[in-house]
Design a protein around this ligand. Structure first.
Ligand code: SAM
Length: 253
């Protein structure tokens, strides 16, 4: 199992003690950091009071960013208990406690009291074999006409391991962009945008790592073999083995 880090909160507390004052991009578990989340938010046309589901919410950076920028109520669900505990810990004291909450669980078993007005999912489906079923679970949690924004890894399944989502490839199910797009539509979504953001991502990687690893705490420090995983990912995006797609969809009535 790839996402089996424990003691993440303790590691973050230690990193913050060692790097006082440095914010770091610790809680954005995808390529493109907070800038990528900003692009997804633009596509969701959210207003204050909307309800948003973040599927596979990780350490909670995207959920907090959405709430902070839009005033929406965001629920994050994630299958890894240690990440959910860390997401809650990082939210405490930010003033966002009334807007953001995190639940531990599999989206397959999640039954919300009320359908959400919007959803995001970032860098989760690479671990899911049946992608139509996965996006059907998301559709089931949404009101008709609700928006879905995705930030997804697509391309060749033949990759150098480890990658951020898989240590050895046994739990990786990466497919080409066309196949992923078809699965999302088969799950009951209508496409508004399906954009190849790989050029943007390459420029982001160059800018972010121009002077080597950024100073201060960063996500690879929390993960087993974190730097190798990020370097392999960046290389596959640079040589075209992988691409990043940004999608915006509407849940069909
Ligand atoms: C690469 S991380 C991305 C986290 C977050 N979306 C972000 O971009 O910061 C993938 C996350 O998906 C979660 N995950 C994988 N399968 C899941 C499932 N079936 N239901 C909910 N979460 C899942 C993992 O625990 C992990 O936190």
């Amino acid at each position: 199992m790839t996402y089996d880090e424990t003691g993440v909160e303790r590691t973050i507390a230690r990193l913050r003690r060692e790097h006082p004052g440095a914010a770091g991009d610790l809680d954005q578990f995808h390529i493109g950091g907070a800038d990528a989340v900003g692009m997804l938010i633009d596509g969701l046309a959210l207003t204050e009071g909307d309800t948003v589901l973040d599927v596979g919410s990780g350490l909670g950076g995207p959920a907090r960013q959405i709430a902070r920028r839009t005033g929406s109520h965001v629920t994050g669900i994630d299958i890894t208990p240690a990440y959910v505990a860390t997401a809650r810990d990082l939210t405490a004291g930010t003033g966002l406690d009334d807007l953001v909450r995190f639940e531990a669980g599999d989206i397959a078993a999640f039954a919300p009291d009320r359908p959400f007005r919007a959803a995001i999912t970032m860098h989760v489906q690479m671990n899911i074999e049946d992608k139509t079923e996965w996006f059907s679970h998301i559709a089931r949690c949404l009101a008709p006409g609700a928006r879905l924004a995705v930030w997804e890894v697509c391309g060749s399944a033949d990759l150098p391991w480890p990658m951020p989502w898989s240590l050895d490839g046994t739990d990786s199910f990466v497919v080409p962009a066309d196949a992923l797009h078809a699965s999302i539509e088969q799950a009951g979504f209508t496409t508004t945008a399906w954009t190849d953001e790989t050029p943007w991502v390459r420029a982001w990687i160059e800018k972010t790592f121009a002077d080597g690893p950024p100073d201060g705490p960063s996500l690879p420090m929390l993960l087993h073999d974190g730097y190798t995983r990020v370097i392999n990912f960046a290389a596959a995006l640079t040589d075209g083995t992988l691409e990043i797609r940004r999608g915006t969809f509407t849940r069909a009535a």
